[in-house]
Design a protein around this ligand. Structure first.
Ligand code: PAF
Length: 282
């Protein structure tokens, strides 16, 4: 595995790889790798000639009061985990390398940002779309892999790829969970031990709502109530949102029907967690 830190060297390598007609699987990350990232890398390894991962904590997608400074980072640990997954290139640019001067152009996401995380994180998806536009141009991937935990991000990236005609196949990958059901996240390290146990209530609440749907419940307020009651009874987390929308459109719905997402965000003392279930309802 080669670690590359400059845009120029990375582009030269990728251009060479593309000239050899090799497929490139790309896994963009912000590092502090967990089993979810490793699953993305393993899928990419199975489906491509070359696998590249980026590690870049992108300042553009953090708001002024968000956790950019405390976002967990451990490059040496990440490097050795990536090496074990037998990947070819690890792109690890600095902020100055990615943003050498103040940008004169940025990508603005117009749809699907006034809901879920977009609502409480203004500008977040513009930051994600801007950095991914740069990374897609640098890495020119055949396939790009993203976790379904960030389901709104997947929906936005789907639009980015389609709107800007990137010749890239988006591969959304299922959420990887800890034994108690907590969705794997780099931010989980910032949970207190008692919060880590309580945070399992997030997935339990979604599972209860899914069971209710399977038993015939279609009423949105009723389903939200099931989720809310479980979180409030089983954790001390503060609910940021509980929403049920059509997916991937992220539009409000009158009743649970068709492809839907049940999505939640809950704040614990130092960290805000998200989780979701996407399902098809007849
Ligand atoms: O999901 C993430 O880790 C980030 O939003 C991404 C896609 C790497 C862009 O910075």
């Amino acid at each position: 595995m080669r670690v590359i830190t400059t845009v120029q060297e990375m582009q030269e390598i990728i251009q060479q790889v593309k000239a050899e007609k090799k497929s490139v699987g790309f896994v963009p990350t912000m590092g502090f790798l967990h089993e979810g990232h490793l699953t993305l890398l393993r899928n990419a390894r199975k489906e491509n000639d070359i696998v590249a991962m980026s590690i870049f904590v992108n300042p553009l997608q953090f708001g002024p009061n968000e956790d950019f400074a405390t976002y967990p980072r451990d490059f040496e640990r990440d490097r050795s985990l990536a090496e074990k997954e037998n990947i070819d290139f690890l792109f690890y640019p600095s902020v100055a390398e990615m943003y050498p001067s103040e940008a004169s152009i940025s990508v603005i996401v117009k749809d699907r940002t006034d809901v879920l995380c977009g609502k409480s994180r203004p500008g977040h998806f513009d930051g994600v779309a801007t950095v991914l536009t740069k990374l897609f141009n640098i890495m020119m991937p055949t396939r790009a892999y993203f976790g379904k935990k960030d389901a709104q991000q997947v929906a936005v990236i789907d639009s980015l790829i389609k709107d800007f005609n990137f010749p890239i196949k988006l591969i959304p990958v299922d959420i990887v969970r800890e034994e108690n059901g907590l969705a794997k996240s780099s931010r989980n390290v910032n949970l207190e031990p008692y919060e880590r146990e309580q945070a399992a209530a997030l997935y339990r609440s979604l599972q209860k709502a899914r069971s209710a749907i399977e038993e015939g419940e279609r009423d949105i307020p009723e389903l939200k109530k099931i989720i809310e009651t479980t979180i409030l009874n089983e954790s001390q987390g503060n609910i940021d949102y509980i929403e049920i929308y059509s997916y991937p459109e992220l539009k409000p719905i009158d009743k649970a029907s068709g492809s839907i997402i049940m999505a939640i965000a809950v704040k614990f003392s130092k960290v805000r967690l998200i989780d979701n279930i996407i399902m098809s309802v007849k």
